[in-house]
Design a protein around this ligand. Structure first.
Ligand code: DX5
Ligand code: ZN
Length: 226
């Protein structure tokens, strides 16, 4: 799914519409609070403006220190899912319940330096797990290869233990590594720079999707949209 972090904000609605026309049904939306990560992005004002024109849905990634307070602000019909970070010092289970109470899918994410075992206590409580394959904060970085082992482990756990979560990956995914990411077990793959830094974003998206299809016959860049 394309990450709007790298989208052209001078003509955002047009860029989104072109991608929707090319088959995109789900967009990743990064929220950064300048505290959990050293960057500030993704207010609700943008979602409110897009709401009347959006045909696809949004996958909201909260890189904030206080998601318990922030989650209710994202109760828009266009928001499909809300992901919070395992590293925050709050009662995660209560926040997942809150997200589900808004009829959204609840997700948990972990940074590259956080061991995957940290997630074990909450895996039963989430609909999706977002593996950060770069240090969060900005687009256009290189994927950290060791993080893919977490994707493989999460894939093994759900097979062995019957968990129902979707595995997402976020950061540094491009045409030259997307197959490996998909083969590791990722169901939904976020791509920012690989889509929007391309001169023709819809074509870039379709190319990435084709690369995945060649591996497995299933589309994973964008599976779960409206
Ligand atoms: C990074 C964000 C990502 C970002 C990925 O902190 O969470 O969603 O948009 O961008 P690329 O694909 O350019 O690494
Ligand atoms: Zn993200």
């Amino acid at each position: 799914m394309p990450s709007l972090l790298s989208a052209p904000y001078t003509h955002l609605a047009k860029a989104i519409r072109e991608l929707e026309d090319a088959g995109v049904a789900l967009f990743h939306y990064d929220v950064m609070d300048g505290h959990f990560v050293p960057n500030l992005t993704g207010g609700t004002n943008v979602i409110a403006s897009l709401e009347p024109v959006l045909r696809g849905r949004l996958d909201v990634h909260l890189m904030v220190t206080n998601p318990g307070r922030v989650v209710p602000w994202f109760d828009f019909p266009s928001v499909r899912s809300i992901t919070i970070h395992i590293e925050i010092q709050e009662n995660l289970r209560r926040i997942f319940e809150h997200i589900r109470g808004l009829s959204k899918q609840a997700g948990v994410s972990l940074n590259p330096d956080t061991p995957v075992e940290t997630l074990e206590p909450v895996l039963r409580d989430v609909d999706q797990v977002l593996v950060m394959t770069v240090h969060p904060g900005q687009g256009g970085q290189d994927l950290i290869p060791e993080t893919l082992e977490k994707v493989r482990q999460l894939n093994r756990w759900r097979n062995e233990r019957g968990f129902g979560y979707v595995i997402q990956v976020d950061g540094g995914i491009r045409a030259d590594n997307i197959r490996e990411v998909h083969e590791a077990g990722a169901d939904e793959i976020v791509a920012g720079a690989a889509v929007f830094d391309h001169p023709d974003p819809p074509r870039a998206f379709q190319h990435l999707e084709r690369l995945i299809r060649e591996v497995s016959g299933s589309a994973s860049l964008d599976e779960n949209g409206r």
